[in-house]
Write a protein that binds this ligand. Structure first.
Ligand SMILES: [Zn+2]
Length: 195
């Protein structure tokens, strides 16, 4: 299980696309983690973020599609953070996810409730709907006002992204900041000793 210090890179709560990108990687000490490693944990991950209903069931195939979307989002976020050109396939994958489920709320009529609008997706489209929501979030994050604040953590071996809460923020967490400062101070002591 990933420790709780890892769950709060700024922006993760607001942006499911950021949460998805950060759901796998390496952290301090080179320990890898993957919060979507099985269909069951992937379902729990989506339920915890209110992205699917608690009774949703994801299959291996759905989990695979989410993991593939995550890789494409990482490609796009990395290109953005490093001012590089994203791969055409990642842009294409995001656009396919955007359009794989209706993004608007459908009109429903019920004799008791009258007209209502809600997302109504057959159970077989749970993953499509989630992917469309995440892709929508990623598209607005990458192209909107917050785009300039989207950054990758500068700590060595941390692969997380975050939304900068202030212009000079370099790390996804105090933990990464502390680790970098500790490493610098160690390096300083070493160089003083060898001088
Ligand atoms: Zn970090």
């Amino acid at each position: 299980m990933v420790d709780t210090l890892l769950t709060d890179a700024p922006g993760t709560q607001e942006h499911p696309s950021l949460a998805l990108v950060n759901s796998a990687g390496d952290v301090a000490g080179g320990r890898g983690y993957d919060e979507l490693s099985t269909p069951e944990v992937a379902t729990a991950w989506l339920v915890a973020r209110d992205l699917v209903r608690p009774d949703a069931v994801l299959y291996k195939h759905c989990q695979g599609r989410l993991v593939a979307l995550r890789a494409d989002l990482r490609d796009l976020f990395t290109a953005h953070a490093t001012a590089n050109v994203p791969t055409t396939s990642a842009v294409h994958a995001l656009n396919s996810a955007l359009t794989c489920a209706p993004g608007t709320l459908l009109l429903q009529f019920d004799p008791q409730a009258g007209f209502t609008r809600r997302a109504d997706h057959p159970v077989t489209q749970v993953v499509e709907h989630v992917m469309a929501m995440i892709a929508e979030d990623a598209a607005s994050l990458l192209s909107g006002d917050e785009a300039s604040q989207l950054a990758s953590c500068e700590a060595d071996s941390c692969q997380r992204f975050f939304v900068r809460t202030h212009a000079r923020r370099q790390w996804c967490s105090t933990r990464c900041g502390d680790r970098v400062r500790a490493a610098r101070s160690y390096a300083r002591k070493r160089s003083l000793q060898s001088a």
